[in-house]
Design a protein around this ligand. Structure first.
Ligand code: ATP
Length: 318
């Protein structure tokens, strides 16, 4: 990966919108210097809350939006006003689908595929994504999840090298979500550069090779899921400890960052564990109550824990 040029390089990206009437006609800056790199054969995820700037970053990366500073190189070119040759190498699945409402899915997909020199096998995409099930319904009447599947097939119709997926699992039922996730995995194996956005930690954790956490138009953390959820040398690998005990126990008084929740009678979740001292607080309580738990599980940090810690630090800094 390292000796091949990245498919996408964004440096210090600035983006303004406006003029905004509510701000006396001034412009509002929504991206304040986003940087990211995405490689072939990997899934790169932009993770952030609603309004963090993920779709705007994707819009600039795809060349749909003009930037106000910084640089974007997509397959070595500036994507804004790029050549048709570059566009044919890139697939885009927008958040609202952007599909013509009066067409039926299969004629639409066949038409999109016919515009490319080296189209994908559209019939296999149709079958794979279960589009036959609703092939006689116009796009306008499809459910959100069905539109999402057609939009994904349309994005893949030109056999792209880079694909941008804005919230790919939005509106999907669990079965369709699994189909889409499996397909994303195969596209990565086939060497595509996949750049996606999500605000769902679980999706980011399951799909991503590399995650950029974005907040208020800024990079706030980045790394592989393992790097982001790793613990420092003097910290506990656990974020939560769950255990059960048959005897009734008086709940202890704990330091502020630790929380003990009795999820159901006799089942406890001990949250916020970072250090040996935190575990000692737990075992000290058992010892004072004369309790030996029936079961004990330590749960590693998840991306959600990391995200909440970052948000918490941001709130304290403000
Ligand atoms: N055309 C526009 N004019 C003014 N402000 C805009 C425009 N488009 C987006 N914004 C603002 O830019 C900010 C970033 O929006 P963006 O859609 O990039 O966020 P997001 O992280 O993709 O959010 P979501 O998860 O809700 O899709 C938001 O505050 C949004 O209101």
């Amino acid at each position: 990966m390292s000796n091949v040029s990245p498919s996408l390089v964004i440096e210090d990206l600035l983006k303004d919108f406006g003029p905004v009437p509510a701000l006396d006609g001034r412009m509002v800056r929504v991206l304040h210097g986003i940087s990211l790199t995405a490689h072939a054969g990997t899934v790169t995820t932009l993770l952030g809350s609603n309004g963090a700037g993920k779709s705007t970053t994707l819009g600039c990366a795809q060349g749909l939006l003009k930037t106000n500073g910084g640089s974007v190189r997509l397959l070595g070119e500036d994507p804004f006003g790029a050549s048709p040759a570059l566009r044919s190498r890139v697939g885009v699945m927008l958040q609202d689908g952007g599909l013509p409402p009066s067409l039926r899915p299969i004629p639409l997909l066949e038409h999109v595929a016919s515009m490319y020199e080296r189209p994908a096998d559209i019939n296999s995409l149709i079958e794979r994504l279960g589009i036959n099930e609703f092939s006689t319904t116009s796009i306008r009447r499809l459910s959100g999840g069905q539109k999402q599947r057609v939009a994904l097939a349309a994005a893949l119709a030109g056999n792209p090298e880079v694909i941008f997926l804005d919230e790919p699992s939005a509106g999907l039922d669990p079965q369709s979500r699994q189909v889409v996730f499996d397909l994303i995995g195969e596209l990565r194996e086939a060497g595509l550069c996949i750049v996606l956005t999500t605000h769902l930690m679980e999706d980011a954790q399951r799909l991503s090779d590399y995650v950029y956490i974005i907040d208020d138009g800024r990079n706030v953390a980045q790394g592989t899921v393992a790097e982001l959820t790793a613990h420092a040398a003097n910290e506990s690998p656990a974020q939560a400890v769950t255990f059960s005990a048959t005897a009734a126990m008086a709940l202890p008084v704990l330091p502020e960052h630790l929380q003990l929740i009795e999820s159901k009678p006799g089942h406890y979740r001990f949250d916020g564990v970072r250090s040996a001292a935190d575990l000692a607080a737990l075992t000290g309580w058992w010892s004072s109550e004369g309790i030996l738990p029936n079961s004990l599980t330590m749960q590693p940090r998840t991306l959600e824990d990391v995200f909440l810690e970052i948000a918490d630090k941001g709130n304290h800094a403000n």
